[in-house]
Design a protein around this ligand. Structure first.
Ligand code: NAD
Length: 402
């Protein structure tokens, strides 16, 4: 394997291509977006990821990384395209299928074909069928595997090299061939399995996080009703040597944890009871928070004979990032704006502007507001001193309920 080709140069594909280019491979990056291709060929990047710009620049300058719009011949092919879900929560694997079909004419005996995109169970075996239907002569002659990605954006370049990886082929020979590629740059352990277990492993990791957060979110709603400070409760319960409860928030967001569990639920609806309930609980928590704010606005009007000023503190899907994808905080802010007559000040210190919200500086919003709604536990929020006379609704632990 000397020449390797990556299909999809986004948050995962581009860093992986750059790391491979820095480990002796000749890397071809394919993307259907001409802006992405052009940017990378100029030695620049179109995504935010620390140190990636330098790595891409060096790889392009040395001639180890080149970006194109259409695939070409290579020794190994990696599919790293998006896998969103459709309206009915079923995974949309059309990007994976189209990327797979685009390389079929270029496959030759001995090649490796790997899917990295988060995918429903059996996707790799189905893509193998797609390939062999068009090129039956390649059956048993090429290697096909699944190898999911588990990096944390913001720390991608470190984790790409140091995290353990799970690698599952459609047969043991395929697993070994994929191990051979990843061992060129992964310092973490490479764990062998079959394709469907590797697919399920990625979905399991994110469903596990989702279920554990759902437990914390459920506790937060019970504690609210019972008059108990949930932050104190969890901290005390976690003193048990074998208990480790996560922190509640205003829901679960992001394009992984809020999405991937549905790939299990939609394929195994009867069996996936807890996974489905966890997803629903985390979605419900966002509605519960929005309802609480709308009620607080009504109470304010009754007591003060005027509409309140409400500050929605945070839009990102988790603390200290600028990513708003599937964000419950964004959803809650939108609901407050549409369902109350209050003046709503929206705050997100990690972005400078947003197409749908007029953003306000967090200090100014806090100072002006009658009702402060803590939606995301960004570090600067925790440093704001508390002012008397404000109602504060803390859904993410900025004040830890105190
Ligand atoms: N971003 C993460 O943190 C993360 C972590 C783990 C797993 N994943 C999974 O990795 C996969 C990729 O995610 P991402 O965040 O890198 O996506 P992304 O949207 O950042 O990038 C995907 C790229 O693929 C390109 N593309 C689409 N169809 C194509 C095709 N047929 N041929 C070539 N290029 C094509 C798009 O133009 C885009 O640039 C997804 O399945 C995602 O769930 C992402």
């Amino acid at each position: 394997m000397k020449k390797v080709l990556f299909l999809g140069l986004g948050y995962i594909g581009l860093p992986t291509a750059a790391v491979a280019a820095n480990h002796g491979f000749e890397v071809i990056g394919v993307d259907v977006n001409p802006v992405v291709v052009e940017t990378i060929n100029q030695g620049k990047i179109h995504i935010v990821e620390p140190d990636l710009d330098q790595m891409v620049k060096e790889a392009v300058q040395k001639g180890n990384l080149r970006s194109v719009l259409k695939p070409e011949q290579a020794d190994a092919f990696f599919v790293v395209v998006p896998t969103p879900f459709k309206q009915n929560h079923r995974a949309d694997i059309t990007y994976v299928e189209s990327a797979t079909r685009s390389v079929i004419p270029f496959l030759k005996e001995g090649d490796l074909f790997v899917i990295e995109s988060t995918s429903p169970v059996l996707t790799t075996e189905r893509m193998a069928e797609v390939i062999f239907k068009e090129r039956p002569e390649l059956k048993g002659k090429i290697y096909i595997a699944y190898c999911p990605e588990r990096v944390l954006p913001g720390n991608t370049l470190y984790e790409l090299v140091h995290n353990d990886r799970v690698i599952g082929g459609i047969n043991p020979e395929s697993t070994e061939k994929a191990i051979e590629f990843y061992s060129a740059f992964v310092q973490g352990k490479l764990h062998r399995t079959n394709a469907r277990t590797a697919e399920m492993c990625k979905l399991t990791e994110n469903s596990s996080r989702d279920s554990q957060i759902a437990f914390a979110n459920e506790l937060s709603m019970i504690c609210d009703k019972a008059g108990i400070n949930v932050w104190e409760l969890i901290s005390l319960a976690n003193k048990h040597p074998r208990v480790n409860i996560l922190q509640p928030g205003c829901g679960v967001g992001g394009h992984c944890i809020a999405v991937d569990p549905w790939f299990i639920v939609s394929d195994y609806p009867e069996q996936a009871q807890i996974i489905k309930r966890a997803r629903e609980t985390n979605d419900y928590k966002a509605d519960w928070c929005a309802n609480r704010v709308v009620e607080a606005c009504q109470q304010f009007v009754t007591e003060n004979d005027r509409e309140p000023i409400v500050a929605c503190m945070g839009l990102a899907f988790k603390p200290n990032i600028d990513d708003l994808r599937e964000s419950p905080a964004k959803y809650i802010a939108s609901r407050i704006i549409s369902e109350s007559r209050a003046e709503v000040l929206v705050v997100e210190p990690n972005i400078s502007k947003h197409p749908s919200f007029n953003l306000t500086d967090y200090r100014e919003a806090y100072q002006k507001a009658d009702i402060v709604v803590w939606l995301v536990c960004h570090t600067p929020f925790m440093e704001l001193p508390r002012e008397e006379g404000k109602m504060e609704l803390d859904f993410c632990g900025v004040r830890k309920g105190i």
